[in-house]
Design a protein around this ligand. Structure first.
Ligand code: SAM
Length: 328
């Protein structure tokens, strides 16, 4: 099943008009994600760095605006390396590192595949679990890809460096592995859907650039379509797509990972104190940026969903709590 790796926004729009609107949501601001880069600015109104990405700016006649990195021009790629250190990891390296995490979790090697130079051979036996750990524990374990770009550590529909399509059975992402485990341990469609939903709720990622973040969300949504169709030989119903898209709009979010706020949301504070001799407005810098103290930013702190309690938390609070308990 060879596919085009560039998921067209017009195609998503045709699947369901609401779906793309959900994939563009920013749960921290209650608005849409922003471009957060000048790469599209020459297109004019609506494409500036601080503009929200709207459905209309990436569909219909604008349907080819967003492209994965491998299909961008060399010039565009070079600008993105310079501005945001955008260099993507080849799939065999993602596989190698995801294997290291699984080796530690399972207490043995070659669980999902055996590495072979810059490729791998997928294991075909049903995966067994170590003493004291269940397949449900594996599916529910929370994992995050920091600065996720197009999220190659989470889902591997294609190699982000070569653009080569990867068949469902040979995928190596964190989410791919969880869905394989669900496939091997559930019988009914209802049970499969229940556990695949938990798998999606357990994978997180953040990214600065709005276009890459949207592509990451699309990659995970289309992974769902690939796996559902592979398992049940028909495509999933729209209600399922909307359900997964809503999870993704929380779990893959836009954040400056150095400050835990929406990119560029710390603006100088206007301080217009009138005095007898000086009535000029003074702009004071954000205290968090000035003192390099992440607790003091005036920008919008990002929120993520704790699905076990069904309520959202500020990422910075989670991070500080983990630091206190020596987990980061
Ligand atoms: C080296 S790429 C890695 C992308 C992906 N994780 C991979 O391995 O292919 C780094 C990514 O970090 C993002 N980035 C750069 N500065 C960032 C920041 N302060 N906060 C969040 N993401 C950032 C870039 O936009 C880029 O997508």
């Amino acid at each position: 099943m060879e596919q085009n790796i560039d998921i067209k926004e017009n195609y998503i729009y045709q699947l369901d008009a609401n779906l793309l609107a959900i994939l563009l949501l920013d749960k921290s601001s209650g608005k849409n994600i922003i471009w957060a880069t000048d790469n599209y600015a020459e297109r004019g109104f609506g494409y500036q760095s601080s503009d929200q990405i709207m459905v209309d700016s990436i569909t219909h006649r604008n349907g080819s605006v967003i492209k994965p990195r491998t299909t961008k021009s060399k010039k565009e790629q070079a600008i993105r390396v310079r501005d945001k250190a955008e260099v993507f990891t080849p799939s065999w390296v993602c596989n190698n590192q995801n294997n290291l995490v699984d080796n530690a979790w399972f207490g043995r090697e070659n669980v999902f595949n055996t590495e072979n130079d810059q490729t791998w051979i997928t294991s075909t036996e049903k995966i067994t679990f170590p003493e004291g750990r269940t397949w449900q524990d594996y599916v529910k374990a929370n994992r995050m890809e920091i600065s996720c770009g197009e999220a190659p550590y989470l889902a591997s529909r294609y190699d982000t460096v070569t653009g080569k399509w990867i068949e469902v059975r040979d995928r190596i992402g964190i989410l791919d592995r969880k869905i394989r485990i669900v496939n091997e341990n559930t019988e009914t469609e209802q049970d499969w859907m229940k556990w695949v939903t938990k798998a999606f709720q357990s994978v997180y990622g953040f990214e600065w650039q709005g276009d890459s973040l949207l592509i990451a969300r699309e990659n995970l949504l289309f992974s769902f379509i690939d796996y559902y169709t592979d398992r049940f030989t028909v495509p999933p119903i729209k209600e399922y797509l909307v359900k997964i898209a809503k999870i993704l709009s929380w779990n893959l979010w836009q954040m400056d990972g150095l400050k835990y706020v929406i990119p560029n949301s710390c603006k100088p504070i206007e301080n217009s104190q009138l005095s007898l001799f000086d009535d000029r407005t003074k702009n004071e810098p954000c205290p968090g940026c000035l003192k390099n103290d992440n607790a003091l930013h005036i920008g919008t702190y990002c929120r993520i969903m704790d699905w076990s309690r069904e309520h959202s938390v500020r990422f910075i609070d989670l991070f500080e709590r983990s630091k206190k308990h020596g987990k980061v």
